[in-house]
Ligand binder design. Structure first.
Ligand code: FAD
Length: 375
């Protein structure tokens, strides 16, 4: 079987990045995406210096930045008074002409990655999933949900935290776990003086992130009971109420502007991590949230998925044996993924008064140092 023909399951951030990186290494790539509308909610995402570098490595940085808003610093404020505690000026890993970090709307990120993958020749099919996988050691026979079938040299499972691919190859792997927190996000007009990300720690765990010249988003992290169901109607009031517990003065005017239920995006945080085992079985390999979904406390989940894609494609390009490539990929990723996945979860637990207290300032400095290391 030609090892150069690859199926990517999942047209999200990791899957599209993998398709781009693999096409650039000369692989034939089919991507299947379960959602026929390929919808993505309109709030923003924070991407840090290592992601800017990875975007450059897969050759999409200029297109990406044309849709994003770059920034070079993150400031941390503490307590109900919103006192400035630390400001991190982060390095520009893609060179002096590019920003260090960026905020971008998720639909814009998907468009940039999707357009690039397709323009490079990846074949994207929507409304399709895998019905059956059969790896016979020399290739993988895939039957799709529409009854069609094809044979591939390898399959990349990039189908997110509830990955069906993970379930198919590792039925005994840990299941996604609710951490006890939700993240609420809402788009707001960007004030002229917002030149970087602002994080507020204390009873109100929140932040402001620039996203376009005109827009920023506010995020809020709250502890909620398991099984909570949030109706869209009344969600603005629900977010406002939670944000109004000891808010720092810098946030008060913004909280008052959370008025439109339709604009609230609130999600429970789920984690799953295949820490002590392979990330592949035979010719089927996992990346992104499918193998290491964490909380957004270090704003690196998507970053890890994109970096996975870069490293996986490099390893696949320099071996004609899938299992060797997949082992090397995991070996190269483990230290960074461990750091981000486990520490993000620890920060959330500390916010809920569980586990050891964390010095977030020190942890942020360590994270920046590690993320600046070459992949
Ligand atoms: C509230 C919140 C805020 C976050 N903020 C940030 C942030 O600021 N910065 C950051 O870096 N990360 C952030 N993250 C994490 C980030 O969203 C994820 O790490 C990232 O989306 C993972 O990408 P992925 O491609 O692995 O999975 P996904 O983005 O979930 O993509 C999976 C894709 O696969 C498709 N799919 C699923 N099942 C199937 C199937 N069986 N067949 C075919 N297709 C399938 C899905 O429809 C989807 O398109 C945040 C996460 C949350 C929950």
């Amino acid at each position: 079987m030609n090892w150069k023909t690859i199926l990517v399951v999942g047209g999200g951030i990791g899957g599209l990045s993998a398709a781009i990186a693999l096409r650039r290494q000369g692989f034939e790539v089919d991507i299947i995406e379960r959602d026929p509308d390929w919808s993505v909610y309109g709030v923003g995402i924070t991407q840090q210096m290592n992601v800017i570098r990875a975007m450059n490595q897969i050759g999409v940085l200029d297109d990406y930045l044309s849709m994003a808003s770059g920034f070079d610093s993150t400031t941390i404020f503490v307590g109900p008074e919103g006192i400035e505690k630390a400001k991190f000026e982060t390095p520009k890993l893609a060179g002096p002409n590019y920003p260090s970090n960026a905020g971008i709307r998720r639909p814009h990120l998907q468009k940039v990655l999707g357009d690039k993958a397709v323009s490079l020749g990846a074949n994207l099919r929507l409304g399709l999933t895998v019905a059956a996988l059969n790896d016979d050691g020399t290739g993988v026979d895939v039957t799709f949900s529409d009854g069609s079938a094809a044979r591939y040299g390898a399959v990349v499972g990039a189908d997110g935290v509830s990955s069906q691919t993970r379930e198919a190859i590792f039925p005994n792997a840990p299941k996604p776990r609710y951490t006890g927190q939700w993240v609420w996000r809402y788009n707001l007009p960007r004030p002229a003086d917002l030149d970087g990300m602002k994080v507020f720690a204390g009873a109100c765990n929140a932040g402001l992130v620039p996203m376009t010249d005109e827009l920023m988003y506010i995020f809020l992290v709250t502890e909620e009971p398991g099984g909570m169901i949030l109706q869209q109607q009344g969600s603005a009031k629900a977010m406002q109420t939670r944000a109004s517990q000891a808010p720092p003065p810098q946030l008060v005017p913004w909280i008052a502007r959370i008025q439109d239920d339709a604009e609230v995006v609130a999600r429970p945080l789920q984690v799953v991590y295949l820490q002590d085992q392979d990330w592949h079985k035979g010719r089927v390999v996992l990346l992104g949230d499918a193998v290491h979904a964490t909380t957004p406390h270090l704003a690196q989940g998507a970053g890890m998925a994109i970096e996975d894609a870069v490293v996986l494609a490099q390893e696949m390009a320099c071996s004609d044996q899938p299992e060797i490539a997949f082992k090397s990929y995991r070996d190269r990723r483990l230290q960074r993924v461990d750091h981000i996945t486990l520490n993000s979860i620890r920060i959330g637990e500390a916010q809920m008064g569980k586990g050891a207290p964390i010095n977030v300032e020190t942890l942020n400095a360590q994270t920046i140092e590690l993320m600046c290391q070459p992949l």
